[in-house]
Design a protein around this ligand. Structure first.
Ligand SMILES: Cc1cc2nc3c(=O)[nH]c(=O)nc-3n(C[C@H](O)[C@H](O)[C@H](O)COP(=O)(O)OP(=O)(O)OC[C@H]3O[C@@H](n4cnc5c(N)ncnc54)[C@H](O)[C@@H]3O)c2cc1C
Length: 321
């Protein structure tokens, strides 16, 4: 299949419960999943976070799950975050002088009930508030992830509300959305923490740029707005061109190394992560854990055909045991 069709096909598969059942049952999947996911429970996430801290990297931890349609499951997600935050609060790195918190959790509002019928928006807000309060007590920062474009208005409105009580709550901007430059201008005020990523979902042309070159150009425009703004930019990308531009824009805006950070995903470009840390640049690693890894895993395959080829080879009959 041509590469241009592969990404949308994999992103469509990421939303298929039938494929999810099939792929998660395959034993061959596990080795590749382990490359991107830190384990199934809190102790493994804490072990991975501690090792990253020991190597000079910051972390943000995500309890995997999304598109929850069951209120009990949304409550269960809150319980996992509370357990995680209690353990993170015990780590020596939880609170350090200065405004940048080495430890952070990332939340997906759709895992907290945002898509439940009727009161989903309010349920997700209440759950996120409970997690923000537990995080504040533990000295841990919170960033609210961005999901597909149908959730953007609800997510940004929840972030506005959370910021009233927890001003350091971070949010994510997806450069591929046509609206994002305007959102960056609104959210880049003093004290804000904005993670800029390219965007990982399958989106229609009416709302999102489709060509990689258009997305890269939009990323650079948003990056410039954030670097020139009054907030704290979090540059989430593995792309060498974007990393180089971020450093250049930061220098041009007179930002010091502790006035912005780079971010990458667990298991991706580890050597580059270590290089940045050794170079005294702030680098944070997004560490997902939990059993509901299917959607996250499929988005990683969609980003990189080489990972898909590796996965397909592992599934080949000769490799099955
Ligand atoms: C910390 C962090 C948080 C994120 N949070 C969100 C979010 O909340 N919402 C959202 O929609 N998206 C999120 N994303 C995902 C993001 O939107 C992109 O889908 C993803 O980062 C790939 O884009 P890229 O900028 O790395 O560039 P790309 O153009 O995809 O890749 C550039 C280069 O990076 C390397 N690379 C990229 N992906 C991989 C991979 N999977 N395996 C190995 N090498 C790879 C390759 O060398 C590639 O050529 C997040 C990403 C990061 C790093």
């Amino acid at each position: 299949m041509p590469a241009g069709l592969l990404r949308p096909a994999l992103l469509a598969a990421a939303r298929s419960p039938r494929l999810e059942r099939g792929v998660t049952r395959m034993r061959a999947t596990r080795a590749l999943v382990d490359r991107f996911v830190a384990g199934s429970a809190e102790p493994q996430a804490i072990t991975a976070a501690s090792a990253l801290r020991d190597s000079g990297r910051f972390v943000t931890i995500d309890y995997l799950g999304e598109d929850t349609t069951d209120p009990a499951q949304a409550r269960n997600t809150v319980a996992h975050y509370r357990e995680l935050l209690a353990a993170l609060g015990e780590l020596p790195a939880a609170v350090e002088p200065g405004t940048v918190r080495p430890l952070e959790v990332s939340l997906k509002l759709s895992a907290l009930g945002q898509s439940l019928p009727h009161d989903g928006h309010l349920i997700a807000l209440d759950h996120a508030r409970e997690i923000c309060a537990a995080a504040a007590a533990a000295g841990v920062a919170v960033t609210v992830d961005a999901e597909d474009h149908t959730t953007t208005d609800s997510t940004l409105s929840i972030v506005r509300e959370l910021r009233a009580d927890f001003p350091g709550t971070g949010t994510v901007m997806q450069a591929y959305l046509r609206r994002t430059e305007a959102d960056c201008r609104e959210f880049a005020g003093p004290g804000s923490r904005i993670r800029l990523c390219k965007g990982a979902y399958r989106e229609p042309e009416s709302v999102a740029y489709q060509q990689a070159a258009e997305v890269d150009a939009a990323y650079l425009r948003c990056l410039r707005i954030l670097m020139d703004g009054a907030g704290y930019p979090m540059v989430a990308t593995h792309d060498p061109a974007m990393i180089e531009a971020a450093q250049r824009y930061a220098d041009e805006a007179g930002r010091k190394a502790d006035e912005f950070e780079f971010q990458m995903l667990y298991g991706i470009r580890d050597v580059e992560q270590r290089r940045l840390a050794a170079d005294r640049r702030q680098i944070r690693v997004y560490v997902p854990y939990g059993d509901q890894w299917y959607g996250y895993f499929m988005r990683r395959l969609a980003e990189r055909p080489a990972n898909l080829a590796f996965f397909l080879r592992a599934l080949a009959p000769a490799n099955r045991r």
